[in-house]
Write a protein that binds this ligand. Structure first.
Ligand code: AP5
Ligand code: MG
Length: 191
């Protein structure tokens, strides 16, 4: 199964996609995590990438597509993976289709997680006190939400047209959200 998780910052993409990845025993591929790892002390850092992350701006399509292309070449991705936060632009969506087609694969499902902005801000501010992500400051949270509305939300219509989209309410307990996600899977994949 190749599944995309799409949704605004704080909606639970990481939480739910990691859980679904365990369920299917396939890798969880988060471009945010891969980019943060690329900016960690000791990594071969690209100052522009670190700056974009800290400011909550999208890293260039070229850099992100290359990271995904490299990760998809790993053996453990040959049976599927969960894309968390990728694609985020139409260019990335087209490239993902091409990357999968080149491996004789295709996207099975796009899961959109939804929650209202007050809830997202509350979650991210709470996380800021424990995880210390550089992009969880109030100003950067607002900027990330705006970038999502402007650059990523248009992908929802794109996937609606392709018939791959399922929308899930991301509010409630983590178990409740996971159960809703499970209902979007093909029947034979649910248990
Ligand atoms: P990324 O790491 O993907 O961050 P994001 O999209 O801003 O989302 P978050 O990770 O903050 O939230 P989430 O939806 O994963 O929610 P989570 O499960 O953590 O990207 C970071 C940056 O990298 C981007 O801004 C950009 O610069 C760059 N980047 C990444 N991908 C890119 C791409 N494709 N192209 C270009 N640039 C890219 O949950 C949030 C909190 O809520 C947690 O504390 C969690 O415990 C809690 N929570 C989860 N579920 C629930 C629930 N049901 N009820 C209450 N609390 C909950
Ligand atoms: Mg995340």
């Amino acid at each position: 199964m190749y599944i995309v998780f799409i949704g605004p910052p704080g909606v639970g993409k990481g939480t739910q996609s990691r859980r679904l990845a365990r369920h299917f025993a396939i890798p969880h591929l988060s471009t945010g995590e891969l980019l943060r790892a690329a900016c960690a002390p000791g990594a071969n850092r690209d100052p522009q990438v670190s700056q974009h992350l800290a400011q909550g701006r999208l890293v260039s399509d070229q850099v992100v597509n290359e990271i995904v292309n490299r990760r998809l070449a790993d053996d453990d991705c040959s049976r599927g993976c969960l894309f968390d936060g990728y694609p985020r632009t139409k260019v990335q969506a087209r490239v993902l289709d091409e990357l999968l087609a080149a491996r004789s694969q295709k996207l099975d499902l796009v899961l959109e997680l939804r929650a209202d902005e007050d809830e997202l801000i509350r979650r991210l501010q709470q996380r800021a006190s424990t995880e210390k992500r550089t992009d969880d400051s109030p100003e950067t949270i607002r900027h990330r939400l705006r970038i999502y509305r402007e650059e990523t939300a248009p992908l929802i219509e794109f996937y609606q047209h392709s018939g791959q989209l399922q929308t899930v309410e991301g509010v409630g307990t983590q178990d409740e959200v996971f159960d809703r996600i499970a209902m979007c899977l093909p029947a034979k994949q649910r248990s």
